[in-house]
Design a protein around this ligand. Sequence first.
Ligand SMILES: Nc1nc2c(c(=O)[nH]1)N[C@H]1C(S)=C(S)[C@@H](COP(=O)(O)O)O[C@H]1N2
Ligand SMILES: [Mo]
Length: 556
Amino acid sequence: MGVSTRTSDHAQRPQHRARIVTGSVIGLLTAGAALGAGELTAGLWGTSAPVVAVGDAIVDHSPTVLKEFAITVFGIYDKVVLVCGVVATVFLVAALAGVVALRRPAVGYAVLVLFAAVGSLAVLVRRTGEPLAAVPVLVAAAAGAVALFLLLRGAPQPVAIAPEPVDDPVTTGGESDLAAEEDAPDKHTGAGAPDSQPPTEGASRRGFLLTGAGVLTLAMAATAAGRYLGAGADAQAARASLRLPAPAEPLPSLPSGVDLNVPGLTPFTSPTTDFYRIDTALTVPRVAPQEWRLRVHGMVDEEIELSYDELLRRPLIESDTTLTCVSNEVGGDLVDNTRWLGVRLADVLRRAGVRSGADQVLSTSTDGWTCGTPTEAVMDGRDALLAIAMDGEPLPFQHGFPVRMVVPGLYGFVSATKWVTDIKLTRFADESAYWAQRGWAVKAPIKTMSRIDVPGPLEEVPAGPVTLAGVAWAQRRGIDAVEVRVDGGDWGKAQLAEVPGIDTWRQWTRTVDVDAGRHTFEVRATDSSGNAQPEQRAEPIPNGASGWHSVQITAE
Ligand SMILES: Nc1nc2c(c(=O)[nH]1)N[C@H]1C(S)=C(S)[C@@H](COP(=O)(O)O)O[C@H]1N2
Ligand SMILES: [Mo]
């Protein structure tokens, strides 16, 4: 009797420790699964991750002195420290709850419910009237419950180590806890236990480890994916709540005659949702303005760094500029026009002080794409912008939010860096940009070009008068004339729409008479420097397509 009691004391100590370890692991993994699921759902949902929401709620409801204290002590890392504190608390409570849950699972689930309640409260006090914002918290709790269930089911059952007469109690008690535990299975089953035996503790431990590893992997993957997606959530929220400052130099509203109102003709101002998009980005970068910085360096007198707020405090100007892609084929639609709002890049460069000889403005986007623009083009007085808005709205993410470059007169690949964060003054002789390295031109001014929008290719029209209409562009020079001809006949001048300046495309229209049958219409433009658009065809590579656009139609 006395011996048996003593032996079970020895045996219970390792058991006790094993239970604490197992229980803590279960608790930590459950918390990991819950937080991971919360991060992922928040990332997909576009709201704050549960821990961040709790952190925000704490910030909102803590006294100013405390906030100031945190900022003084932790500086810009105060938010990080706070979130880490929340996470540490969750894990600590979870570890304790896990130990208890091993014996009383209900306690584990109750703690999850408690977390869900606290988390939901934290989200909802901030986002009143948005009950769905609590979804990530609820999903987190549900994932935690599933993980807890699986882990508890797979947990090695603490096996009572019954004293066996042959055992020397001193040896058993003297062994390390780990060794005593490790030995336990053999004592019950012996080596090479037949498969028909109920699962041994060794088997159940392996199962538990597998379950644990699975939960851990999923939790980490979910956290990573959620973080990745969620990075956009901040940016999205910031963009949505952005108030655009008024321009220091507003433009008058567009002349009423910019649109000729011919059905089917491309509108003068491209709706932003239809604006062509060209870039190398697999996923659209979502940069939060509060995180955005522009570094200006290289061949400058003084390197500078600008925050988004600093940029917005500089005088903003408006500019009507038509953007064109060098890959645009004759007749293609990789060209669009809008009114941009931004800061003059020349002003920013002048502040840094451009050194002589720096003939290239090499700009880089957050995703590492580079673009080389002649310094001259930026400094010569044209509306070379660090743009923040188009058509009265903050740039959409896919068009470069929060800041992009726009330089009239140059194809986009040498001028229009989206998500721009770095500008280096350098020499064309020393460094080359992304597309220049890939066989495209180093310098690429936009060629004079015209396009027929109406009638469309192979359209059938009634014989008699047919209205032709389209757009023409020659940014920096302006369109002086557009001519059309039918079936290679005489060129006839088209009527031109009004334009606000020389950097936009210009609508044109002309009515011609056609007999029944097939006809070919051709168009050509002349810019204000007197250059007529050449007939000779050129491929887009290396410096832009050329040639006359034509359409064939049938008149009946
Ligand atoms: N970061 C980045 N900016 C970029 C590009 C790119 O690939 N990455 N492509 C350029 C090209 S080739 C063009 S034509 C314009 C197109 O701008 P949009 O997509 O806003 O129309 O963006 C330019 N800016
Ligand atoms: Mo382009």
